[in-house]
Design a protein around this ligand. Sequence first.
Ligand SMILES: N[C@@H](CCC(=O)N[C@@H](CS)C(=O)NCC(=O)O)C(=O)O
Length: 236
Amino acid sequence: MAIDPSFPIKITAFEWVPEFAQGQVRDLRVRWALEEVGQRYEVQYLALGEHKQPPHRARHPFGQVPTYQDNEVTLFESGSIVLHIAERFGGLLPDDRAARARAIQWMFAALNTIEPPLMDYSIVTLFEAGKPWSEPRRPAVEARIHERLGELSQRLGDRQWLDGDGFTAGDLLMVTVLRIVEGKGLVERYDNLAAYMARGIARPGFKKALADQLSGFAQTPPPEASAWMEKQQQGE
Ligand SMILES: N[C@@H](CCC(=O)N[C@@H](CS)C(=O)NCC(=O)O)C(=O)O
């Protein structure tokens, strides 16, 4: 089914996030995928707390962003959305069935094998920084990251992209996942991974997606932002 111009693709994103999260919110993955396949979209911005209200929960059971809606389906989970975009529009998955399966395998590897230890690092150094348990956890978290990144670096070798010369949805997710720790000296320890990440973020589609995400944020935090951030830090 073609995209119905009277029912454009819609995604959700946050109206405001703290500065450290700007450029990292996961609607970036969806924006990038849509740029790569040349599809226009509209963004519905959610005010602080709106993501936990019933209308958004109807789209997303966990009250998060991103979500995606087209004339066929409403979806949550950035990985499933990128897969849907890649399947619906050409350009992010190879036609050859085996190559396609390998690209999808890398999508899962990005989200299920590489992202968890990198998110542990964000928890220790950002979300729970200053908690008594965070600093003691850090060496083990970094060791697990290096185990996985070392293995990824070995497999990538001197390839351009994970499965050879063609950029796929697997690379799109892997690059956004590696970016979680960009500049922290973790990915940068592996020359080929750092160059791979740099190749990904040099793509015009990524640059446009990032610029659009950044320009969409409200410039000033809403009045309730500091109370909300305090509550988040207390784990409420
Ligand atoms: N696995 C989900 C994670 C989504 C997620 O963590 N979204 C964050 C923004 S990047 C969010 O909405 N956080 C607010 C919350 O969890 O309450 C995905 O990849 O879409």
